[in-house]
Design a protein around this ligand. Sequence first.
Ligand code: 8YV
Length: 333
Amino acid sequence: MTGRKKPLVVLTRKLPDAIETRMRELFDARLNVEDRPMTQPELVAAVKEADVLVPTVTDRIDAALIEQAGPNLKLIANFGNGVDKIDIAAAMAKGIVVTNTPNVLTEDTADMTMALILATPRRLVEGANVLKGDGKWAGWSPTWMLGNRIWGKRLGIVGMGRIGTAVARRAKAFGLSIHYHNRRRVAPATEDALEATYWESLDQMLARMDIISVNCPSTPATFHLLSARRLALMQPSAYLVNTARGDIIDEDALIKMLETGKLAGAGLDVFEHEPAVKPKLVKLAAKGKVVILPHMGSATIEGRIDMGEKVIINIRAFFDGHRPPDRVLPLKA
Ligand code: 8YV
């Protein structure tokens, strides 16, 4: 980029120091040091001026916003894997390229998924809370704080992409048998290595699993994929874990099932209307029925630096006249 004016890159949120430092060396980077989420009018002002926008999952980059983008905006380099908050088709129609940060958060998100798969049936948070406060404990009892065994149970993975497969690898080591539903069957070698069973019918898989893990992206096709009807197919002894996106599950229907004992429990890292978490879910968490986390799936310093590196590589490649490695195209209808 020598001799050329540096592109104006607007970051909507604070990124790790190492990434911001490098961005300031390479670009005319406009940081958000206070890390206050940008309002929609602030986003409009940003897209009117910027050459590149670096949004996160907390920004809504819809068609109305893209419509107002200035002529300089050529690239939306998302800091994150999921692009459900970005209208890719509207961006493409306006000649704006969209990129994301796949791969680098796969293992961290799979770890957090596995943590919820363990924590929910084994009542980890509930147990940890016993010793909070005054730290008083009546002592061990043979019939107290009993959870459910993990080993030997059936895990059904909804969405066997990168993260789903990484969850399966971990779960197999914990003695879970692996089942999955996916748009396409995975390669025979992957199925063999995981001893995984493919279910073409999501309904049939849901009815037979002890634990369900949601690992598919949020798209119009997966909105409320786990609807009230489908959730009702699950066994009352089953658990549901979601580290993907909140809107894949009908949250109200899930709450009702948990309240009425039609489902044993849930581990949720994501919610339908983040950052809002429904008070009923908070209540269920207090009762030990759910484990709720504030969207921490990829929250490791290593992961966030790797994501930032990917954003930088995508921006550099784009301005050097190459196809950015992580370009996202609109979904086929
Ligand atoms: C990120 C995520 O923290 O990348 C994703 O899709 O869900 C998260 O783990 C977030 O998207 C950052 O923008």
